[in-house]
Design a protein. Structure first.
Length: 251
């Protein structure tokens, strides 16, 4: 079978229509077949060129982002390095400042201890006792409000909480153990509350850093009633009150 189906078809037409003239056959064949060949030969270079151009465009498009990314990375890298160096420098400076402050505090503490060691031997026993007492503080509060020096206070009806607060100041090895004990109130500080009326108060407690508190909670104090407490003379002195009889009036 011929490789050109068009020629075969035309030849078949010539035979069927009794066209036996050789020149006529050649002219018809040339007219029909030549444009086809020309189109075929013209299309191949164009297709090849188009493919080459398309491939070149794809390659350029692929390379550009990578080039830009590398350029951006090269640009950003010094900035990141500078930030790291700046951060390390700042941290080092902070550490140096803190170390300087710690050294200054230690020198100051050592100086104060030297001064205290020089002054304490010159104090009388009375002055030394007052100094020791200053390391401890006592406060009476009613519903978290300080009790006045008169020992009397008014509160609203309802829940009433009466607390005796005891706070210790660290002696930092300034006081000897003997004077430290003398500075505290004698015995249990809460035992210096000798009498409470009415007797239906519920015991309550609170603790914190260097602070402790103990007292009574009256859940339903009625209007017109009163709460009374009697305290020792020693506690009265520590609280700087004018009386040993504490009276809380419920409005």
């Amino acid at each position: 079978m011929s490789k050109d189906p068009i020629k075969d078809s035309l030849q078949f037409i010539f035979t069927e229509n009794n066209v036996y003239d050789h020149r006529t056959n050649q002219r018809i064949l040339y007219t029909m077949a030549k444009p086809h060949k020309r189109k075929k030969f013209l299309f191949m270079p164009l297709a090849t060129s188009f493919c080459l151009l398309l491939g070149l465009g794809i390659w350029i498009a692929t390379m550009l982002p990578s080039t830009n990314q590398n350029a951006n990375t090269d640009t950003e890298q010094p900035s990141i390095q500078q930030q790291d160096d700046l951060g390390m420098g700042t941290d080092a400076q902070k550490i140096a400042d803190l170390e300087f402050q710690i050294g200054a505090f230690e020198d100051e503490r050592a100086y104060y201890h030297e001064v205290i060691d020089q002054l304490l031997p010159n104090l009388s026993d009375e002055e030394m006792l007052e100094f020791a007492k200053s390391h401890f503080s006592y406060e009476f509060t009613v519903n978290h409000e300080p009790l006045p020096a008169t020992g009397q206070m008014e509160v609203a009806a309802g829940e009433v909480t009466v607390m005796l607060n005891f706070k210790m100041v660290p002696h930092y090895n300034v006081l000897s153990e003997e004077w430290y004990q003398k500075g505290m109130i004698s015995g249990d500080y809460f035992a210096h509350i000798e009498k409470v009326e009415p007797a239906n108060g519920e015991m309550t407690y609170a603790d914190g850093a260097n602070v402790t508190a103990q007292g009574y909670r009256f859940a339903n104090a009625e209007s017109g009633s009163k709460i009374t407490l009697t305290i020792s003379e020693e506690l009265k002195e520590r609280l700087a009150l004018k009386t040993s009889e504490i009276v809380i009036l419920v409005k």
